[in-house]
Design a binder for this molecule. Structure first.
Ligand code: HEM
Length: 180
């Protein structure tokens, strides 16, 4: 998993819970990197899971809820780190519909070793998008937060529903309906 995910995750923990909690979760988790990450480095996926589980224990929150909140936070971090990608979209729905064919394609050029999910579009119109998130990493709540945050960025109202198709979260159907 790319370092930018780790650096932003720890920044979020610091912003919301303070540095003491950052130190505590790094100590609690069995990360081989000891909490030292660079945004261009690549680290074991298990490391982010350990940090997430440790945070859930320390702040008594559900992992999916924490991933969702991290998705909300992460969209702004990615937008600031890569403004050229976001700038080409005037509205959020076309942006979400283009994750697979444009945004993550671009990400793969920037970070060739990125491990990205796939999004299979089942239905697409101006105000409605139905797509299936697929990834062995099962980070669908992160995707949920990223989608909601993208709409917030453009100040558009949205309703996002999801249906877990595979119990391990590796396939999840999203229905995104905008009210703009
Ligand atoms: C709202 C739109 C987006 C959604 C829903 C989305 C979804 C996701 C999800 C769920 C992951 C976690 C990996 C997995 O599930 O297998 C991911 C990874 C990633 N995404 Fe996106 N993404 C979005 C936009 C972007 C943008 C705008 C950028 C950068 C400019 C970006 C860059 C990345 C990077 C760097 C990773 C990490 C890959 C790795 O760790 O190897 N994404 N994305």
């Amino acid at each position: 998993m790319k370092g930018i995910i780790f650096t932003e995750f720890l920044d979020m923990v610091e912003d919301y819970y303070g540095l003491a909690v950052v130190d505590e979760i790094i100590q609690k988790s069995e990360g081989v990197s000891d909490g030292v990450y660079t945004s261009v480095g690549t680290y074991e996926f298990n490391e982010i899971l350990s940090l997430l589980v440790a945070l859930g224990e320390v702040v008594s929150k559900d992992i999916q809820e924490l991933l969702y909140v991290f998705g909300l936070y992460l969209f702004n971090s990615l937008r600031i780190a890569h403004p050229e990608i976001i700038r080409s979209y005037k509205k959020p729905m076309p942006l979400i519909a283009a994750i697979e064919d444009h945004i993550h394609v671009h990400v793969k050029k920037l970070y060739p070793d990125a491990a990205l999910p796939s999004f299979l579009i089942l239905e697409k119109s101006e105000f409605k998008l139905v797509m299936v998130y697929k990834s062995a990493r099962g980070l669908y709540s992160l995707a949920h937060g990223l989608i909601v945050s993208a709409f917030e960025h453009y100040k558009e109202e949205v309703n996002v529903q999801f249906e877990i198709l595979k119990e391990d979260g590796s396939e999840v159907k999203f229905t995104v309906v905008s009210h703009a």
